[in-house]
Structures are given as structure tokens and as C-alpha cells.
Design a protein around this ligand. Structure first.
Ligand code: GLU
Length: 303
């Protein structure tokens, strides 16, 4: 059933001739072919269904913030919420305005300021931050080959004016403990993680499986933490379009400016979509449409 629905969605979305634009503030991302399009769904059992460019790796960008937050939440429990809030920002992902008004406390862990604060926590908590974070991502992906793209990393580093402004503002409020360069470096590597759509949907099964790894059933987050993280994705996972995504799709998920979206239906499946053409809010145009069609055709969402 899933494969037939994915095939229909792929063809329908392509016929719509939707318009968008690659993220060009990170020059390396602007080089990706605009025609790339992949949809992949993995059931909790591990059964996989995909169509399109499912063998291409793409830059996860903000989607990877979910993995950093998962590790920080696992390590620190509710203490992590002394560093980041849980409210949607209603502002663009790299906005400085709220941060100034709210004394450097990021609204949530999925906007840039929040992910920078989480990278700062990870540097405090981990003996070898980069190695330990990447080992953790490989573990939850159940895939030892996962890595970051060095060209994207360099490209982000060179053009990181906004992220530097965010971290310096937070530092001025005493909210960042470590050297800002070290925090930025970990953050750029995190954002440059790349996966194929099947690798991404398999990794997100963790959040569809109440915090347990599929297969081994190892508990990574407690079921309460997993529920709460899903709630944060639902309310904060799509920049200032979280309401629109909830309205049209009805699943928790996270998007990234590389054009990927990962979403889950707890107890059922995880799905990853990738097309680099973004709408003005930074979400993949084809990705949003494909997921809207998926929950419409299946007749199930979490609502
Ligand atoms: N690396 C990107 C940035 O820092 C992430 C943005 C995103 O995907 O939302 O601007």
C-alpha cells in the first residue's frame, strides 16, 4: 500500500510544477540540482518504501538539531531546559530580535540560537564533543558510515555572519560557557551531516518508537522524553511555518534548509522527503506538498 501511495504522490507533486529556490546564503547548498526529489517511508518493522533520488545524500541542516537535542536531553534530563525554552518563536530561524528581548535565552532547541546553546551544553558534558556527538548520531542511525560534508561545513563557516551574531549576543548575556569558535565549529559540523532519505527516515524511527531504537529496542530517550521532543517538533519544527505544517500535514517533524523534511507518525512510521527548492520561510515546497498528500491519502495523522 505504501509504495503505491508514494508513487502516486511523487507523480502528482512533479506535475504541479511547484516553484522555489535553493538556500543560497550557504553557497554550497545553492549548487544542488533543483530537480532532486526523493520520498522514503520506513515502517516500525524496518520495512522500507522509497521513490526518486533515494540514493543521494543531502545536507540535513536544521534536521540534525534534533539529534543534538536528543543527546543533550538524554545527558541532562529536564536540566536542559535551563538552556533552551519550549515555545515556538514565530520568527525566522536565525532571527536576533527575540534573543535580545529575552536576555539571550533561546525560545526552543530547534532554532539556530537554541541549537547553538545545545552545542554549548554538549561541549560542557562530553569528553570529546565532536567524536562523541558523531558516535551518538551513528548509533541512533544504526549506521557507522554517517558523517558530515566537509565542503558544506567550510561553506557555512565562511558565511556564518548571522550565527556569529547570535552566539555573541548570547555570550554577552552570559549564556554561553565555552569559546564561541568551538561552539560554532560543532554547530557547523552538525548542520553539515548528510544522509540519504532512507537513512534519515530510518534514524527518525527512534521518535516514532517512543524513544527506543528500532530492532534492538534500546531505550535512548524515556517515552516521556520522546513524547516531549515530538511535541517540540510539532510546535517548533518548521521555522515560522509550524502552524501551517501542522494544519496541512498533522505530524511532528523537522525541516532543514538543505530541502529535507523528516516526520513521524508515532507507532507507525517515519518518513523523509527531500527537494532543495524552498519557500520563502525556508521549507521544502515539494516536501510539504508530498507530506500533505501522504496524510491525506492515508487518512491518518496524529490529530
Ligand atoms: N546551518 C543552517 C544555519 O545555521 C541551518 C539552518 C536551517 O536548516 O534551518 O543557518
Amino acid at each position: 500500500m505504501y509504495q503505491k501511495i508514494l508513487n502516486e504522490i511523487f507523480n502528482e507533486v512533479n506535475r504541479l510544477n511547484l516553484q522555489g529556490k535553493q538556500a543560497d546564503y550557504i553557497p554550497e547548498l545553492a549548487k544542488i540540482s533543483p530537480d532532486k526529489f526523493a520520498i522514503n517511508l520506513t515502517e516500525l518493522s524496518g520495512k522500507n518504501y522509497g521513490i526518486g533520488d533515494i540514493n543521494d545524500k543531502f545536507s540535513l541542516q536544521s534536521i540534525a538539531k534534533v539529534f543534538a537535542f536528543t543527546l543533550a536531553y538524554k545527558l541532562k534530563g529536564n536540566e536542559v531546559f535551563r538552556h533552551v525554552g519550549i515555545e515556538p518563536s514565530g520568527d525566522p530561524f536565525n532571527s536576533l530580535i527575540q534573543l535580545e528581548q529575552e536576555e539571550g535565552m533561546p525560545r526552543n532547541p530547534l532554532i539556530n540560537a537554541g541549537a547553538l546553546a545545545i552545542c554549548d551544553v554538549l561541549i560542557d558534558e562530553l569528553p570529546n564533543p565532536e567524536q562523541d556527538l558523531f558516535d551518538f548520531i551513528k548509533k541512533i542511525a544504526q549506521n557507522n558510515t554517517i558523517s558530515y560534508n566537509p565542503k558544506v561545513y567550510q561553506s557555512e563557516k565562511k558565511t556564518s555572519y548571522r550565527n556569529r551574531a547570535l552566539i555573541n549576543l548570547m555570550k554577552s548575556f552570559g549564556r554561553i560557557h565555552n569559546d564561541t569558535e568551538a561552539v560554532l565549529d560543532l554547530y557547523f559540523k552538525l548542520c553539515s551531516v548528510e544522509m540519504t532519505a532512507p537513512e534519515l527516515s530510518r534514524t527518525f524511527l527512534l521518535y516514532a518508537n517512543h524513544g527506543k531504537l528500532p530492532g534492538t529496542q534500546e531505550q535512548i530517550l524515556t517515552s516521556s522524553q520522546s513524547k516531549r521532543l515530538n511535541a517540540i517538533m510539532q510546535t517548533c519544527g518548521f521555522y515560522d511555518e509550524a502552524g501551517e505544517f501542522t494544519f496541512r500535514v498533522g505530524l511532528p517533524g523537522k525541516s532543514g534548509v538543505g530541502g529535507g523534511i523528516a516526520a513521524i507518525h508515532p507507532g507507525k512510521y517515519a518518513v523523509a522527503v527531500w527537494s532543495p527548492l524552498l519557500n520563502p520561510k525556508g521549507n521544502s515546497v515539494k516536501g510539504m506538498k508530498a507530506l500533505e498528500l501522504l496524510t491525506t491519502k492515508l487518512g491518518w495523522s496524529i490529530f
